[in-house]
Design a binder for this molecule. Structure first.
Ligand SMILES: Cc1ncc(C[n+]2csc(CCOP(=O)(O)OP(=O)(O)O)c2C)c(N)n1
Ligand code: SF4
Length: 268
């Protein structure tokens, strides 16, 4: 019998994403990470938001739960707290994660439940055809901001750092090799890990293209960066606003007891 590679996490359904969508790179990186970690399909639960990235519910062959908009985290946390053997990954777009589901994000980070949260950040509500999201840049013209976005974008990495996430990282959908390594570290980490993934939406966000990202990003691991210091991590989280350079990699990592570990220890 043939030994299956990362394709063992494929369903029979082919992705319906637009040709060139950044979600393809993320899809491949997640499957490779699960495979490299030696995980089997029955050992993994993936919970999904609503949206283009959330449609991954149809394309990953693991246990799955397709939740409501902004609600990928509640089923993930519930499952992990009561079945600590499961590897639990929650997936959402920036609209669901940082808009409708913002309170779940802050509290999941604060609780430090051992769940990996992968957010495909394309700076738009894309499935509904490109409205401004909480990470859309100021002055951007979209269907909901015809005269230009007036609000200041939210900084997701600074928010999860301040809220207590014990691993905080940024990846790029156009660099599947680095993204795979980041996802492996996030899944292997005990505690709440948040990976914000720069995801080009070729249909509704012409500004943040693959080329544009490649012109501003650099890798932390190539600059002798060490992720133990939260103050330093916060500086890195604000670096693009300060200097126009955008780091990718692991920003922060801290070993601390997870919520469910502590909970069950106290009970026992
Ligand atoms: C409570 C609720 N509000 C709004 C919608 C409509 N809706 C469905 S998908 C979507 C956009 C999702 O955007 P995002 O979370 O950024 O994911 P993307 O499509 O960009 O991957 C919206 C607003 C919904 N399904 N439920
Ligand atoms: S609309 Fe954007 S995010 Fe959605 S599938 Fe197309 S390119 Fe991807």
């Amino acid at each position: 019998m043939a030994v299956l590679g990362p394709e063992k996490f494929n369903t029979k359904v082919m992705p319906t994403w637009c040709p060139g969508c950044g979600n393809f790179g993320i899809w491949g990186a997640i499957k490779k990470a699960l495979f490299d970690l030696g995980l089997e399909r029955h050992q993994v639960l993936m919970t999904y938001d609503i949206g283009c990235f959330g449609n991954g519910a149809n394309f990953f062959k693991t246990y799955g739960f397709h939740s409501l908009h902004g609600r990928a985290l509640p089923p993930a946390l519930g499952a992990k707290i009561f079945n600590r053997k499961l590897t639990v990954i929650a997936l959402a777009g920036d609209g669901g994660a940082y808009g409708e589901g913002l309170q779940h994000f802050i509290h999941a980070a604060r609780y430090n439940v051992d769940v990996t949260y992968l957010v495909a950040n394309n700076q738009r509500f894309s499935l509904t055809t490109g409205q401004a999201s909480p990470t859309t840049n100021k002055k951007t013209i979209t269907k909901t901001t015809p005269w230009g976005e007036t609000k200041t974008p939210l900084n997701p990495l600074a928010l999860s750092l301040e809220s207590g996430a014990s691993l905080v990282a940024r990846g790029f959908a156009g660099d599947a090799v680095q993204l795979t390594e980041i996802i492996k570290e996030a899944i292997g980490h005990k505690g709440f890990s948040h990976v914000d993934i720069l995801q080009p939406c070729v249909s509704f966000n012409p500004e943040q293209s693959y080329e544009w990202y490649r012109s501003v990003i650099y890798k932390l691991e190539e600059h002798k960066y060490s992720p133990e210091n939260k103050e330093r991590a916060l500086e890195k989280a604000w670096e693009f606003e300060a200097s126009g350079r955008m780091p990718t990699g692991i920003f922060y990592k801290e070993e601390k007891e997870s919520y469910e570990e502590e909970l069950w220890r106290i009970k026992e």
